[in-house]
Write a protein that binds this ligand. Structure first.
Ligand SMILES: Cc1cc2nc3c(=O)[nH]c(=O)nc-3n(C[C@H](O)[C@H](O)[C@H](O)COP(=O)(O)O)c2cc1C
Ligand code: SF4
Length: 426
């Protein structure tokens, strides 16, 4: 398994191969906590927010919202406590980058969260993760203890008058608890149901107080932004999307792994065929889901010879999205009808059941897949799929409904032959 950078110097992954990379000693010996010191010694909270704005860092959890702008929505004059919540749920299928960051460089997350807490005036902060990632919480708890003992966390951090605490919290393991408002409900002890937006968490989040929810990869980018300055960080990527991005590559490539690429890496074909070692077993490329299971599936001919640029605008132009960077590669043996059925079963299982279009719609979709699979395909089934998706997409309470509809819509559009083959089987 490859873990490293291509096309740039490793930034977020630069310490992960060091022995004891998770320890405070190794982190500090390699520049760790210098950014926090710089922020506390010489920058005001607004200075920190401005650097993050200049960096053009966009949220790495899936939606790509500009981080500095999100932070500036937190009302400064609110009498309520403020919170920074790290979304470490990593629930998107195909996505496994955050866990490497936490496992191998947990202090980078603590430092990023503390800088965010300083910028926003948060005294209490949480790292929320899925039940299945309990081992990561154990790693994070050790790192938090180390930081506390070294005066880097808790009261009067680094001898200043800034005090802030970080706690870890595990959910039971539900995809919907990665959605930020469901995560906050779960953190408060309720069922992980999403909440109406607006109000957005920045104004009314945890315990109805101003809250910033950010992904692990987003928060771990912050120390380098402070160290090198927002402008230098932006220049590593593109004008609208600064820095580097982690891609977790799985499926039929010779070298799966976690790849750090500059934002705007200019050729997705080269990335698959050279950097990831090409398609395994000498097979041909058939399809790629580049950003986790909730984005559109791409055909090989949308990639080969097309110079698809790997950033937000480039992937939209290429017919998909960056999403969470869960890059799933499929060879010519993959039956897209079957893989889409698997994904739909996942969404049916993970629907929280709160709203009818998603709860009932995903159930109907799975029933149709199974009927067709069992030889009961009928004329009009493709239209039936599309009608059902149309009644889920945009009509559900939260984006999980859209996420269930998009794989089917794009798979039918781009691989109709795989659906027709099954429908016409009888
Ligand atoms: C169904 C669903 C699942 C999600 N799962 C995650 C997740 O596991 N991790 C994550 O960071 N964001 C996830 N998100 C996105 C979050 O709602 C939110 O946009 C993100 O945590 C914000 O952080 P960022 O601005 O740093 O990206 C999910 C969204 C949806 C709709
Ligand atoms: S869209 Fe699905 S996951 Fe979201 S609230 Fe409705 S039932 Fe729950």
């Amino acid at each position: 398994m490859f873990i490293g950078a291509i096309g740039c110097e490793p930034l977020q992954l630069r310490r992960v191969h060091l022995e004891n990379s998770h320890s405070l000693d190794v982190y500090r010996a390699n520049g760790g906590y210098e950014a926090l010191k710089k922020a506390l010694d010489s920058m005001s909270p607004d200075d920190v927010i401005n650097e993050v704005k200049k960096s053009q860092l966009r949220g790495r959890g899936g939606a790509g919202f500009p981080t500095g702008m999100k932070w500036s929505f937190v009302p400064k004059d609110s009498p309520k406590p403020k919170y920074v919540v790290c979304n470490a749920d990593e629930s998107e299928p195909g996505t496994f980058k955050d866990r490497y960051l936490m496992e191998r460089d947990p202090h980078m997350l603590i430092e990023g969260m503390l800088i965010a807490a300083y910028a926003l005036g948060a005294k209490t902060n949480y790292i929320y993760t899925r039940g299945e990632y309990k081992y990561l919480i154990d790693i994070m708890d050790v790192a938090l203890d180390e930081a506390r003992a070294a005066g880097l966390l808790g009261q009067n951090i680094l001898g200043t008058n800034f005090s802030s605490e970080i706690y870890t919290h595990t959910g039971a393991g539900a995809y919907i608890c990665g959605e930020e408002t469901a995560l906050l409900s779960s953190l408060e002890g309720y069922r992980g149901h999403p909440r109406m937006k607006p109000p957005f968490p920045a104004v009314s989040g945890l315990y109805a107080s101003p809250t910033v929810v950010n992904n692990v990869e987003t928060l771990t980018a912050v120390p380098d932004i402070i160290t090198m300055g927002g402008e230098a960080y932006q220049k590593l990527g593109t004008e609208k999307s600064g820095g580097t991005k982690l891609w977790s590559v799985s499926g039929h490539v010779n070298r799966p792994g976690v790849y750090e690429l500059p934002m705007g890496y200019d050729d997705m074909e080269k990335f698959i065929m050279e950097d990831c070692g090409g398609i395994s077993n000498g097979k041909q490329l058939k399809a790629v889901i580049p950003g986790g299971s909730s984005v559109y599936i791409m055909r090989a001919d949308q990639i080969i010879g097309k110079d698809v640029r790997m950033d937000y605008e480039g992937l939209v132009a290429g017919g998909s999205m960056v999403g969470s960077g869960g890059f799933i590669v499929m060879d010519e043996t993959v039956d897209v009808f079957e893989s889409t059925k698997n994904l739909t079963e996942f969404y049916k299982h993970e629907s929280c059941g709160w709203c009818t279009p998603c709860r009932e719609g995903t159930d109907w979709l799975v029933k149709i897949f199974k009927r067709i699979e069992n030889g009961g395909g009928r004329d009009g089934d493709i239209q039936l799929f599309l009608d059902l998706c149309d009644n889920i997409e945009g009509k559900s309470f939260c984006p999980l409904g859209d996420a269930a509809a998009w794989p089917i819509q794009s798979a039918i559009k781009r691989f109709p032959e795989d659906f027709e083959k099954h429908i016409l089987k009888n």
